[in-house]
Design a protein. Structure first.
Length: 620
């Protein structure tokens, strides 16, 4: 779930207690013999969790109309008396061990066997939002085995159909207020431990005929991939093969302000409606049912319609359901949520800023834009929720509607989804630090838009999962995490993931090729000799020319020398660009030494000697 503290606070306020509800609506105590009844309404489910004896003044009714009912252990026996067409799941939590009530393994049993986790200081870790709960060692094989056997025995004793496991989190910090267990001190180790728990208890219970649903969330504080469902998709792909159902709590709504639904603007963290839709197809592709659990005012018609339509746009028409938990009434039965328009007859397709999907008994319309209205020409006659007939509907931003077929007029066939006739193709070099690009491929008819997802696969191009760095762009930057994997791009036409197409796998991603080192720098090189100009006459001035150099000298210095038949000697203080000849120079020749230097060294070059120097009054 997205936030245990938020959920439990909401439940405390809502008080979905069933002490006075299920005792009258769901008679019976043992419940192992399930009576037959009328068929439930497909695509919905209900959760009723109680606290103490508090209940709403209006009692919820008609539980036999739900395909799935989730209750806690207080009401499991009563709920098991429902018709066999209603699946009854009993709330448990593998990660939480409560001191007062049983979530699978009792507190005394967990404590005596060392199955309670501690922090780095040796203190037991509690659930920060529910302090009667301690955090269990879900990675312990002994704990997994005891939890599974305890729950199987309990479900058999009350005649329930299965278990609903809460708090299946890929990261513990939502529960622990950012405290890491000493045994699992990082995201990966906890992720592996929780996955191992589900990988054991799920198949164990399924093999005994029980249905296993998990409330699974992979929120990592500070990771932007938490905002658009990417981390949940990765987590669900890992859990899905081991369970029957996957549930997303606060799906397509802001958990901190439940009346705010997600849009498709991509402008902030509540603007990723299309990406959160992926959870439905992720669950269904893994062979699991999808459940959405949402909360709000029972009178908020816009909210109810929008969430139900979001569900119907992707639902496969089989298992799973939309769970609506009103916070202000005891009975969630509401025609805007529980309406039945049959089974899906095609994939969703884009209509301007909106989406539409056809069902055997009607059509679903939704406008996910945050700013633009969208008109839908229906191509036939449909019944509005108030019973009047229409052939066109205009939806305001972030609104939706289910319309039933009118029996008085034929309906034009809905356009089918775009069909891929040529797979997308990758281009680019599979090397860390470089980018891959993917084409859209060929589609008929031409789609109005595309969505992209990037997958890491084994070196042989199989066992693919969505990359943690996947974006919705047609370009993908390869990171060190891709090293040793192949990459497959998935392209969805009109945003419909069920009709997507995959590229062939890339070659195995390799490390970047090391660039050749630059040549070592060298000392300056003289390319044109220095020179001396001026009259060689005592009292006159000579001027130096440094010549030409390569190697970018950082300094150039001069030394003037007096030469005779026995050799040359430096003239003290003569180190400038010019030198004035003196009487001591008469009869000698004058030479110039130039020294050019940089960080790599220095080089000396000499100017040809001039002279001999004549005394004053003599012609040079």
């Amino acid at each position: 779930m997205s936030n245990a503290a938020v959920r439990r606070s909401s439940l405390a306020l809502a008080a979905f207690a069933l002490a006075s509800v299920l005792s009258t609506v769901l008679p019976g105590s043992g419940g192992t013999a399930r009576a037959s009844g009328t068929g439930p309404t497909p695509g919905i489910a209900i959760q009723r969790l109680g606290t103490g004896g508090t209940a709403f003044t209006s009692s919820a009714t008609g539980y036999e109309r739900y395909p799935t009912v989730i209750v806690d252990r207080n009401y499991a026996s009563n709920a098991a008396s429902l018709p066999a067409s209603t699946r009854v799941l009993v709330y448990h939590a593998g990660v939480d061990v409560n001191v007062n009530w049983n979530t699978g393994v009792s507190y005394s049993e967990a404590n005596s066997n060392g199955w309670l986790l501690r922090d780095a200081a040796g203190n037991y870790i509690r659930n920060a939002g529910y302090l009667d709960n301690f955090i269990a060692d879900i990675g312990s094989a002994a704990y997994q085995q005891r939890w599974a056997s305890n729950v199987a025995a309990y479900l058999s004793s009350v005649g329930a159909d299965g278990v609903y496991i809460d708090d299946v989190l890929g990261d513990p910090r939502l529960l622990t207020n950012n405290i890491w267990p000493a045994k699992y001190p990082d995201h990966q180790s906890w992720n592996d431990a929780m996955s191992a728990f589900v990988a054991y208890v799920g198949p164990y219970l399924k093999a005994r005929g029980f249905y296993v649903a998990v409330n699974a969330k992979n929120f990592i504080p500070g990771d932007v991939r938490s905002n658009d469902g990417t981390l949940d998709v990765i987590w669900w792909q890992r859990l899905g093969p081991n369970v029957n159902g996957l549930l997303s709590e606060y799906w397509q709504q802001n958990a901190n302000s439940t009346a705010e639904t997600f849009s498709d603007c991509g402008c902030d963290w509540t603007g990723w409606w299309s990406k959160w839709q992926r959870l439905i197809t992720t669950a269904q592709t893994a062979g699991a049912d999808f459940f959405a659990l949402d909360y709000g005012s029972g009178a908020d018609t816009r909210l109810i319609r929008y969430l139900k339509a979001s569900f119907l746009l992707e639902w496969n028409g089989r298992g799973g359901g939309m769970i609506w938990n009103p916070l202000d009434t005891g009975d969630p039965w509401n025609g805007d949520w529980t309406g039945n328009i049959g089974t899906p007859s095609g994939a969703r397709y884009a209509v301007g800023a909106g989406w539409r999907r056809e069902y055997s008994g009607g059509t679903v319309l939704l406008n996910s834009s945050r700013s633009a209205s969208q008109t839908f020409a229906l191509g036939g006659s449909y019944l509005l929720p108030n019973g009047s007939s229409t052939t066109s509907v205009t939806l305001a931003p972030m609104t939706a509607m289910e319309l039933r077929l009118s029996t008085t007029a034929p309906v034009a066939p809905a356009p089918g989804p775009s069909v891929n006739s040529g797979p997308p193709a990758l281009s680019g070099t599979p090397e860390v630090g470089r980018s891959l690009q993917v084409s859209t491929g060929s589609w008929t008819p031409t789609p109005s838009s595309y969505l992209y997802a990037w997958h890491r696969c084994s070196p042989t191009g199989i066992n693919c999962v969505v990359s943690p760095t996947s974006t919705s762009s047609s370009s993908y930057l390869l990171t060190s995490g891709d090293l040793g994997f192949t990459i497959v791009a998935q392209v969805a036409a009109d945003g419909i993931w069920t009709t997507s197409a995959n590229s062939a796998a890339s070659a195995v991603v390799v490390a970047p090729v090391a660039a050749a080192p630059p040549p070592a720098p060298s000392a300056p090189t003289n390319t044109a000799s220095p020179a001396i100009s001026g009259p060689t006459l005592s009292g006159k001035t000579l001027t130096a020319s440094a010549g030409s150099w390569t190697g970018n000298p950082s300094s150039v210095t001069f030394q003037w020398q007096r030469c005779s038949s026995t050799g040359c000697a430096s003239i003290a203080g003569a180190t400038g660009w010019t030198m004035t000849l003196a009487k001591a120079d008469v009869g000698a020749t004058i030479r110039l030494i130039v020294i050019a230097a940089n960080a790599s060294g220095s080089t000396t070059a000499a100017a040809p000697a001039v002279g001999p120097v004549r005394g004053s009054g003599k012609k040079a």
